[in-house]
Design a protein around this ligand. Structure first.
Ligand code: ADP
Ligand code: ADP
Ligand code: ZN
Ligand code: ZN
Length: 838
């Protein structure tokens, strides 16, 4: 018999920047792939291992099923042997639809629906409640003793808001569109005759003014001067029939009976009659989205909310946090008649199994009815992870792409538990991460490098962690052994922190976050810390940022903000990791403002003059030189019947976006005296270069040099000029967004960063700290939400929220220098900082 393979063998890997690598990855182990960002970790993990593993898996399915799935392309690799079927848990799971909640996504709701269907007290059609009995569980008809009627208990399906249990008013979305009364009379200085009531003007006949007059409202007085009673009639008056005299265009008068439509009813009536998008647009300006009044946001129909279990309805239970819900589920069996208990216990056990994982991963504070679309990336990814372990697969290759995102060190234990269980069930785990605490769990490590892009793509070290830590070629080794700590910034003494001013914020209660009063020092680096769900996002992104924005616009403060003092602040910028641009037309070169300059420069070349090309002709969006086949996008979409759309590189320009004629225009850089002459390049050639390479090729173009240098300083020297910005990683996008902010005065600006270390190696974190220092050097105030220990330790000021998530959090535990946080016994952040920094 052939021996069982112990390794996945990759031979000749050339995806993206990979340098024709051969590498063996042990099976049935936890294998970590490390390396600086852009070194090729994802190219190996997702581009080869996952791509090949999922392709083989799809091939093993029937042709019928395969057709329904995205066609996986064969990756650029000579050979991959012994790769198992693969599943990837991505860094940025797709944004879930409006029908998905924490309860549906975790499948916890399935257990609850089963419980309510089989074990609850049911209501008969006449409204009498019947205690749970084995008949319900067996699906037999129930007989109501009070009225004698026979009926069936609702099935789990009838308790589902995505099926028969949906609230009929909101179709199970929990959201209703209602009239936004503040939009109905935008200009209160106008009289009704002058058109003060906007819906009457745009949605109704103008003669509603005449009807209003018959209703007893003065229509020649500015709206603001009407009595309260008149205003009430305008907004909500009854639908009475009135007799009016109607003058048509020719001056002929007609007598008419006309029903009064109040401003609100006018909108409601129009909404009920909307037939298409265009019609909806006309009405939408008068509407606001809010909780559906019929189901109170529970998404469930009356029937689905009727059954009671231990005094609660399904809707009540879904409003509990996971921690509370689990406690409740565990109490159910004992509260039921004895003969029902075995079934109750079995459903509760299945609930507990899923719940335990989620609790371990630090999600105890989420309520089951929380719309999945409002969860953070990290929370969604952990939801996927928990589901993966629950499914109890074996022999599967799990590729985890930065599972530490959003995880406080206190939650990392739970993540380790998940990995260990996947492994114990006979699966293999491949882990791409930068968090040394997570990496330490690996049995084997492959380090990619030595640097990013062209300068990376090779395996620089591999082995057990002990071997890597001893390997002089390894860059991560010193961080694993704790020998190396990042200490980049000079300390600012406690008493000097607020010397340059402060931003003072007082907030009101929002979600589970308590009213807070907090000061951020101006022109300093402040880091906001706390376990997931403690309120970091709420404080910075939902309170401070909108507060600053309204203050700058001179608008009233949002409801969440009680008071805000931010003297001298004129700009607030959120630098997040969302992709840049939604279409492929945005590239690194256009985004960084280099392309415009290059177009002008190329138009000045002798070649261009001879051929008659102007700067505009070099635009790949609109210019004459753009590739006509792909219209300058570099890619074409294959529309194959029955298959999902596939995007492939344009066969004519090969992705360069330019037509062949662009190759006839070369530019010879001017060499300074004593310098080696640089080769002449075409614009498509230049666009195919990395920032580093382009720096050498444009030495005589000062403006381009300056901008490219900024990209290099931001650690983006490896990006290709022509790379489409929407496909950049979150961290890359975040840093690129800063390109236009560097090198100018910033003392009136607040920058807010949301977990900027995503995807960053400890060495990249060091460059990120340089970037922060650059901004602060220009006077900027930098506020960062972060879990990374190195960033926290290098902060001037730390605001630690918590102590827990959800209801257990939402307060300021401690604020001060990192040392002050470390000295605070009640701070979890302080505890881990002490452990890591000692
Ligand atoms: P890491 O995961 O280590 O950050 P990646 O594997 O994502 O690195 O990237 C390695 C190199 O390949 C980088 O130079 C990156 O710019 C390039 N690259 C990544 N994705 C693509 C892509 N879809 N097309 C072209 N180049 C890519
Ligand atoms: P952090 O950023 O520290 O992880 P958040 O500010 O996102 O914490 O969350 C704080 C609390 O507010 C949590 O209990 C969270 O569940 C709740 N929360 C956040 N966003 C929403 C929302 N859109 N709807 C309801 N609750 C929310
Ligand atoms: Zn509803
Ligand atoms: Zn093309």
């Amino acid at each position: 018999m052939e021996q069982r393979p112990a390794c996945i063998k990759v031979r000749g890997g050339r995806v993206h920047n990979l340098k024709n690598i051969d590498v063996d990855l042990p099976l049935n182990k936890i294998v970590a792939i490390a390396g600086v960002s852009g070194s090729g970790k994802s190219s190996l993990a997702l581009g080869i291992l996952y791509a090949e593993g999922s392709r083989r898996y799809l091939e093993s399915l029937s042709a019928y099923t395969r057709r329904r799935m995205t066609q996986a392309e064969k990756p650029l690799v000579d050979e991959v042997l012994y790769v198992p079927a693969a599943l990837a848990l991505r860094q940025r799971p797709g944004v879930p639809g409006i029908r998905s909640t924490f309860g549906t996504g975790t499948e916890l709701l399935n257990s609850l629906r089963l419980m309510f269907s089989r074990l609850s007290s049911h209501r008969c059609p006449n409204g009498h409640y019947l205690a749970p009995s084995l008949r319900t569980a067996a699906g037999l008809p129930l007989k109501c003793p009070e009225c004698g009627c026979e009926f069936y208990a609702p099935s789990a399906e009838q308790l589902s808001f995505n099926s028969q249990g949906a609230c009929p008013d909101c179709q199970g979305t929990g959201i209703a569109r209602t009239v936004d009364e503040s939009t109905l009379i935008p200009d209160k200085d106008l009289t009704i005759d002058e058109g003060a009531v906007l819906p009457w003007k745009t949605l109704m006949w103008s003669l509603m003014k005449d009807v209003a007059r018959e209703m007893g409202v003065r229509t020649d007085v500015p709206y603001k001067d009407l009595t309260d009673q008149e205003k009430e009639i305008v907004l909500h008056g009854p639908a009475e029939k009135k007799h009016i005299l109607y003058l048509d265009k020719k001056g002929q008068s007609t007598e008419l009976d006309f029903t009064y439509y109040s401003a609100v009813r006018t909108v409601e009536n129009a909404l009920a009659k909307v037939k298409n998008e265009k019609g909806m647009k006309r009405v939408a300006r008068f509407l606001k989205e809010g909780t559906c009044p019929r189901c109170h946001g529970s998404r469930l129909s009356e029937e689905a909310r009727a059954p009671r279990l231990c005094g609660r309805s399904l809707a009540d239970v879904c409003r509990l946090t996971l921690a509370e819900c689990q406690k409740w589920v565990d109490e159910v069996p004992a509260a039921l008649p004895k003969e029902m208990r075995p079934m109750a216990e079995s459903i509760a056990a299945s609930f507990d199994l899923s719940a335990k994982r989620l609790l371990d991963l630090g999600l105890s504070y989420l309520t089951l009815d929380r719309p999945a679309a409002t969860l953070s990336n990290g929370e969604r990814q952990r939801m996927q992870l928990a589901r993966a372990v629950r499914n109890r697969t074996t022999g599967v290759l799990y590729v985890l792409d930065e599972p530490s995102i959003g995880l406080h060190p206190a939650n990392i234990e739970g993540l380790k538990g998940v990995m260990k269980d996947l492994f114990a069930d006979g699966n293999s785990v491949i882990l791409v991460d930068h968090d040394t605490q997570v990496l330490k769990e690996a049995d084997w490590m492959i380090e990619m490098g030595p640097a990013a892009g062209e300068k990376g793509g090779a395996v620089v070290a591999q082995g057990t962690l002990a071997q890597i830590a001893r390997n002089p070629a390894s860059k991560i080794g010193p961080f694993l052994s704790g020998k190396e700590l990042i200490d980049k910034r000079s300390k600012i003494a406690e008493q000097d922190l607020f010397k340059l001013g402060r931003i003072h914020l007082e907030s009101r209660q929002i979600h589970t976050v308590k009213p807070l009063s907090v000061d951020f020092p101006k022109s300093r680096l402040s880091v906001i810390t706390g376990v997931s769900g403690s309120g970091k996002t709420t404080m910075l992104l939902e309170t401070l940022l909108p507060g600053l924005v309204s203050q700058m616009k001179g608008e009233p403060l949002p409801k969440a903000v009680k008071a805000l003092e931010a003297d001298g602040i004129k700009q607030a910028k959120l630098i997040d990791a969302t992709p840049i641009g939604i279409n492929v037309r945005s590239t690194v070169a256009t985004y960084a403002g280099i392309h415009d300059e290059l177009r002008k420069v190329y138009a000045r070349t002798p070649d261009a003059k001879r051929l008659g090309y102007k700067a505009g002709d070099f635009s790949y969006n609109t210019g004459r030189l753009r590739c006509p086949t792909c219209d300058g996008t570099g890619a074409i979409v294959l529309d194959v019947q029955f298959l999902p759309d596939v995007e492939v590189a344009c066969p004519d320009c090969g992705g360069s976006r330019y037509r062949k004629e662009a190759d006839f225009v070369r530019r010879q850089p001017k060499a300074k005296q004593g310098e080696k002459a640089v080769k002449a390049y075409t614009l498509p050639e230049l666009m195919d270069m990395s920032v580093d390479q382009a720096l050498a090729a444009t030495r005589d173009l000062p403006l381009v040099q300056r901008r490219l240098r900024v990209l290099q300083d931001l650690g983006l020297g490896y990006l290709t000029l022509g790379e489409a910005t929407p496909s950049l990683s979150g961290g890359e996008a975040q840093r690129l967004k800063l390109a236009s902010e560097m090198g100018k005065g910033q003392d009136d600006t607040v920058f807010i960063f949301d977990e900027p270390t995503i995807g960053l190696h400890p060495l990249d974190v060091a460059s990120l700290l340089d970037v922060f220092q650059g901004l602060i050097g220009q006077g900027a105030t930098v506020l960062v939400i972060e879990h990374d220990q190195d960033v926290i330790a290098n902060a001037d000021y730390v605001v630690d929220l918590g102590p827990g998530g959800g209801k257990e959090g939402g307060r300021i535990v401690v604020s001060g220098t990192p040392e002050a946080v470390m000295a605070c016994p009640s701070s979890l952040t302080g505890k881990y900082l002490r452990l890591n920094r000692k």
